[in-house]
Design a protein around this ligand. Structure first.
Ligand SMILES: C[S@@+](CC[C@H](N)C(=O)[O-])C[C@H]1O[C@@H](n2cnc3c(N)ncnc32)[C@H](O)[C@@H]1O
Length: 267
């Protein structure tokens, strides 16, 4: 990844900035345990050299994990060219032949109908204004009998309205889109409307935001974060509100107010 100029860094979105400083290397919600649970529901072993799509793949850590574990052909899509560049670079280092990446918006996937045996996405379906539209897009590109699985943030019904609104506002501001944190019941309704069969919805309240960094990586990320916060006014402007909110959020996390849910279904 080439070194970016200060103005370019100031223009990065939150996830791109995280990718740039080396912080986008493990699943956003549920940690690797959540990813394993999601993959298990897809039952990839039962498919013969399946074609798999990962939505919102970021720098491709989950894509590479799947590509290395299964005899499959996998495509990761994301809306950030910078994150995809990192994804390609990291995958080349591993010499993986069954993996590719493509720029795409999950709301309008550049694939024909009935292309994939499995489609999954972690921490992406809740980040779009209309999750149902995205689920329909997953369904369109899946072959008949193909499997879908998604993993997303969930709030408990008991979460205070004030915190719900603040979470939505901060997340929408940071991500530059309309983000709405939903309860289990709200998600259930969306999944039922999606028209997938054999629906399963599971919820979990552990390992939320569990990023797994080595001590060295953690030190490097912290130094880079502090450096850019000090030298780049635009980075400060963008990151200080969510960093402030993060403290409140961590407190709410400890109270068990958030969790993640995994949805699985069949076309
Ligand atoms: C919260 S990150 C999740 C990354 C990874 N799936 C994980 O679980 O760690 C969301 C990712 O989705 C991408 N993204 C956001 N909106 C998108 C869209 N409409 N289409 C495709 N990708 C999108 C972002 O660029 C980012 O890489």
């Amino acid at each position: 990844m080439r070194r970016l100029k200060r103005e370019e860094i100031g223009e990065l979105g939150l996830y791109e900035f995280q990718g740039y400083i080396g912080a986008m290397t493990s699943p956003t919600f549920g940690g690797w345990k959540g990813t394993d649970r999601l993959i298990e529901l897809l039952n990839i072993e039962s498919m013969e050299r399946p074609k798999i799509l990962e939505a919102g793949c970021s720098t491709g850590y989950i894509t590479r994990y799947v590509a290395q574990r299964f005899d499959c052909e996998i495509v990761g899509v994301d809306i950030s060219g910078l994150l995809l560049d990192i994804a390609e670079e990291e995958s080349r280092k591993l010499n993986l032949k069954n993996i590719s990446f493509r720029y795409a918006n999950v709301e309008d996937l550049p694939f024909s109908d009935n292309t994939f045996d499995a489609v999954y996405g972690e921490a992406i379906t809740a980040l779009v204004p209309d999750p149902l539209k995205v689920l329909n897009e997953y369904k369109r590109v899946l072959k008949p009998g193909g499997k879908v699985a998604t993993l997303d943030l969930l709030m408990r019904e008991s979460l205070s309205q004030e915190l719900v609104e603040e979470t939505n506002e901060v997340m929408s501001g940071v991500l530059g889109t309309t983000v709405k944190i939903r309860s289990f019941q709200e998600w259930q309704q969306i999944f039922e409307e999606s028209g997938f069969g054999s629906i399963q919805i599971h919820r979990y309240y552990e390992d939320l935001f569990k990023r797994e960094y080595s001590t060295g990586a953690k030190a490097r990320i912290t130094c880079k974060l502090l450096y850019h916060l000090i030298v780049n006014r635009e980075v400060r402007r963008k990151l200080i509100p969510p960093l402030r909110f993060a403290k409140k959020f961590q407190k709410a996390l400890k109270g068990g107010n958030y969790g993640y849910l995994i949805f699985a279904g069949v076309k």
